[in-house]
Design a protein around this ligand. Structure first.
Ligand SMILES: C[S@@+](CC[C@H](N)C(=O)[O-])C[C@H]1O[C@@H](n2cnc3c(N)ncnc32)[C@H](O)[C@@H]1O
Length: 163
């Protein structure tokens, strides 16, 4: 499902392209959700209780809680990378707004949690080559990509779907 024009306007080109790449299939976790805008839009597309938004530390998690204004459709979890998703039953995870190196570190740190997921959507802010290199060493995933520009910066998105 393509994001509506209004959704795209709320998210901006980068997050709009990311949302477009995400399967409409939950439960899903927005890892390192930050401002929570993507988690909010994911929750609009899925049945209640299917969206998690994570933050690594208590401070950002509290800010995320404030920004989402107690939205009951998004469950906020605190913890590093994929760790809070362990045995949560998520089908998918979105990781964006971090560098390629951080994304690879997160994926490698919890390979058992990664193995529980059917899809992962990734959009590095920089060091894309680190992520591309890592993806080249993985097997069992089909990769789809998209790209967009925002304020003169070029962003690549990658959807990995388990074969
Ligand atoms: C720049 S924001 C990106 C927010 C949003 N995902 C986006 O793409 O616009 C990066 C967020 O990731 C969080 N973060 C960084 N490392 C993390 C980790 N290992 N686990 C969970 N969150 C992390 C930061 O606290 C921050 O809120």
């Amino acid at each position: 499902m393509r994001p509506s024009t209004a959704t795209r306007a709320r998210l901006g080109p980068r997050l709009g392209a990311l949302l477009e790449l995400c399967p409409v299939e939950g439960p899903v976790a927005d890892v390192g959700s930050g401002h929570g805008r993507l988690a909010f839009e994911l929750a609009r597309r899925l049945p209640p209780g299917q969206v998690y938004a994570t933050e690594a530390k208590a401070g950002p998690a509290a800010e995320l809680r404030r920004l989402l204004g107690g939205d009951p459709t998004v469950t906020i979890l605190e913890g590093q990378g994929l760790t809070p998703l362990r045995q949560l039953g998520c089908r998918g995870a979105v990781l964006a707004g971090m560098g390629g190196r951080t994304l690879v570190d997160i994926l490698e740190a919890d390979r058992d949690v990664l193995a529980e997921l059917s899809w992962v959507c990734l959009q590095p802010m920089q060091r894309v080559e680190r992520l591309v290199d890592w993806m080249g060493k993985q097997s069992g995933w089909v990769v789809r990509t998209n790209s967009t520009r925002e304020r003169g910066h070029f962003y690549s998105g990658f959807l990995l779907v388990r074969q």
